[in-house]
Every structure is written in structure tokens, then in C-alpha cells.
Design a protein around this ligand. Sequence first.
Ligand code: NDP
Length: 314
Amino acid sequence: MKYRRLGRSGLKVSEISLGSWLTYGKTVEDNTAEKTIHKAYELGINFFDSANVYERGEGERVLSTALKEYPRESYVITTKAFWPMGDGPNDRGLSRKHVTEQLHASLKRMNLDYVDVFYCHRYDPETPVDETLRVIDDLIRQGKILYAGVSEWSAAQIEEAVRVADQYLLDRIVVNQPQYNMFHRYIESEVIPVSEKYGVGQVVFSPLAQGVLSGKYKPNQIPDDSRAANDSINRFIQGFLKEDVLNKVEQLKGVAKELDISLPTLALAWILRQPNVSSALIGASRPSQVEENVKAVDLELSDEVQEKIESILA
Ligand code: NDP
């Protein structure tokens, strides 16, 4: 495994990280989830992602339970808040009240003294950024959070976060967690340039387009044991199950074959070509997927291969 700094911070995270959305505490039974998380750790993954909203805390529970057998200093674990956790007006967002209550609930569920990274799961237009950054800063002073991050914030919102932190002498955010893969590249134009300027790293989710970039989906052919076959969660993957996307996947498979590697290896190495990316945040429903996906850290794509990929994606 290889490790990169999380943005400008001194924290080192594995180039491939493992998340718990739609999998642990939901579609993957606990025993398999535990084996998958243990496999990831054994392969050098030290960076594990969760959120309060993933199955109302079940994702956090499964992830933290599996990691309990390892020394706390050997892994980096995250959580997030923003999305509704109840029906009340204060059960959502990034207010001082909701952030404080949710962080404490997450720590209690995971039986942890602190999380390494706390993310604002989206931008909250109804809370001033200084209120959110100050409560995170307070929780950092209390030792309950080590680093602050955001998820899917725009370039302007990231710039605002840095300006406000500097104005009030609060801890700056060091990470943004956006979606990024071969078919979803909006961060390249503004988010990455602004993030580079301020030392904010990207931890990118759905790097395999929810499994579509494994190459296992073909038009009208959905494997029974896949995310797309599961009616309780397959609404999220639909955007990638389109004919033009699947045709491009077939062409990308050809590029991978020429290199004698798998498509997930190619797709993740393509993500890691970006120096502003701190980690590619995968999901995995079984240990073999983690084993396959970590191979990407050893592959460097030549200019020629990158050009081939660009011409397919164009
Ligand atoms: P991926 O694009 O890595 O998709 C993961 C899924 O693809 C797996 O669960 C598996 O599904 C399939 N898969 C993975 N590897 C392989 C392989 N080698 N061969 C075949 N199939 C494979 O990422 P996710 O969309 O799952 O997102 C990853 C993490 O990012 C989440 O767990 C979460 O922590 C975070 N996230 C954050 C968001 C945010 O708003 N901040 C939003 C979404 C995710 P299956 O076997 O069931 O087909």
C-alpha cells in the first residue's frame, strides 16, 4: 500500500480507502462485512469512512466493531453530519446544536473517544459557515475531532470555508469528499484548482461508478449478486447504467486487457494520477473486491494510455 498526505495536513492516509455506504449494516451481512474490513486492513488500508446517516448509524457500528481489534492509532476513521436524522427542525444541517449532538451520538455508537476526520456532509445554506467551523474547532479543542472536512462543496464554498477559518483563527478544512470517476469529472475544472491553492485534498467517492467500472454490467445484463440487482439500493446506480456509458466501459476493458490488468485496477489508477487526490474511497461487498482494487496503487499510467482513455471518454 502507498500513503498520501490528507491535503496539507500531516495525516497519512492509504491511497485506497474503504467506505460503508449501502453495504455494511445494510446489504452485506455482518460476518462478511467484518471479513472485508479485516482484509482491507491486512492489505494496508488505514482509512475508513462512515457517516451518521448510513443506515442511521448501523454503518458506523459495523465498521467500528470490526476495527476494534486493531490499535486505535493504526487506523483513521471518519464520520459526517448534515442529512436528516429525524423529523424535527434541528435534526439536520450544520448548526452548532446538530453538529454537537450528532458527533457525540457517533462517538457513543462507535465507542470511540475521537474521530480522525469529521465531514460536513453537504453545504448548509441555513447556517453561517463561521458557526459550523467554530463548533468543529471547539470539538477539535476538546479532542473529539482531529481534522475538519467537507463533502461535495463547490470551489466557492471551499474558498469561503478557508477565508472564514483564517478570519476567525479557526482550524482550516484539509479535505473535501466529492464524487469522482471516469464518468463524473466536474471537480477537475474548479474544485481541484481551488483545493490545490489552499491545501485541501480530495477523498473521492464512487471511484468505480458504484461498480460499473468493474466491467461486470452489460446492456440488459445485471449480475444477481450486484448492487444494481438489489431493489432496496439500486436507484443510486441508475445514472451509470446507460448504453453509452456501458459501451465506453467495454472499450476501456480493451485498454485494460492490453495492459494485462483488470478494469477496476485501470479505473482506480486513473483516479490516483491526480496529485490532489489523497485517496480513492471504494466500497466493497466482499474481501475479493478489496484484493482486486488495491492493485491500482502499483500501477502508473503512461501518457499514451491516458490519451487512449481520454479519447474513449470524450
Ligand atoms: P464504488 O464506486 O467503489 O462502488 C462500490 C461497489 O462496487 C461495491 O460495493 C461493489 O458492489 C462494487 N465493486 C467494487 N469493487 C468491485 C470489483 N473489483 N469487482 C466487482 N464489483 C466491485 O464506491 P461507492 O459508491 O460504494 O462509494 C464508496 C464510499 O464512498 C461509500 O462507502 C461511502 O463511504 C462514500 N460515499 C460518500 C458519499 C458522500 O456524499 N460523501 C456518497 C456516496 C459514497 P456490489 O458487489 O454490490 O455490486
